[in-house]
Design a protein around this ligand. Sequence first.
Ligand SMILES: *Cc1c(COP(=O)(O)O)cnc(C)c1O
Length: 388
Amino acid sequence: MIDSTSSFDRAALIVAHDEANAFDAVVPPIVQTSLFTFSSYEEMEQTYLGAKVRPAYTRGLNPTVRHFETMLAQLEQAEDAMGFASGMAAISSTVMALVQPGDRIVCVRHVYPDAYRLFQNLLKRYGVTVTYVDIRDEEAVAAALPGAKLLYLESPTSWMMHVGDLAALAALAKKHGIVSVIDNSWATPIFQRPLTYGIDLVVHSASKYISGHSDVVAGVVAGSKELIARIKANTYPYLGGKLSPFDAWLLIRGLRTLPYRMKAHEEAGLSVARRLAAHPQVTAVHHPGLGNTLPASLSGTSSLFSFELKEGVNIPRFVNHLRLFKLGVSWGGHESLVVPSQVARAQNAGPNSAIDFEVPPSNVRLHVGLEGSDALWSDLTQAIAAAS
Ligand SMILES: *Cc1c(COP(=O)(O)O)cnc(C)c1O
């Protein structure tokens, strides 16, 4: 005999698993629980044997996290996706699931500095080596690939925004039986869908544009069922960097406005980048959208880019005079941000330097937020004038 209280409890659990019936809520519920109980020995056994798929423990499966993973997989046109507690958790779990001692990774130059440190500091200790190549130089990539296990890409790359031909690079990797992985945080699936060009796996720092509100640290990997299953089997449960239900819920909110935010970032970013390119105190602007045509794999551009100031412009003075652009790392939220490369160089000095950086000291990175491009342009011009 089931009393009304316990049947309600069970009903609440079931609707939480079934988003189509979640109290008719337009926003999926946050299933903020570590564990899920079973109604019988048989149900527990069936679940453990894999005959029944249902949550047992949130590190394995959580409905809110699964909701985000399903949305992201659809956006990337992937069969499956898996959420992580950070972009670096997604990157480390993905890469470490696919390599073993003696293997070699081919990685693009100007990769995200913590990915570089993962390769140089941690993977090296486990006998994995890395060859760095210029993503624009297909011959160099082709020469580096034979015998490698993994091709690790960013396009555009961090800071210098070098862009590669994803279809050609994916074909090269396939020819040698090498799994290809790309960090797509910059473009997001709104502007670039790497799997459609033959890349095997896409990783994201969801802390950036996907969240879009600078209030979450999270990551995700998307790709074929088979590769996601390999990550699930090899590293993910043991490294344990699981996305939390509340953060997944914030990411679901972020995804709902992602196309509109990206359009607004694109317009504002291009508007500022074009005006910088024409400014007499600016010697270079590294933004993939300034050419006559967009690179083939990009259908648009986000608003993170870097530029170089003429010798003699005092960079500390320049950033100290900025009012709307705040000094800060990360990007992808509402607020505009600035990072002088000199500061990043200082952080990366020493034997474990992520630099390889080859970013000139006159280089400054901007994230153009949503405050309005005219106001942001006034801010930049007054700060350049004050520093010149
Ligand atoms: C921020 C970032 C990462 C790392 O993501 P976290 O969420 O901070 O761990 C990886 N790749 C790129 C390109 C990033 O900008």
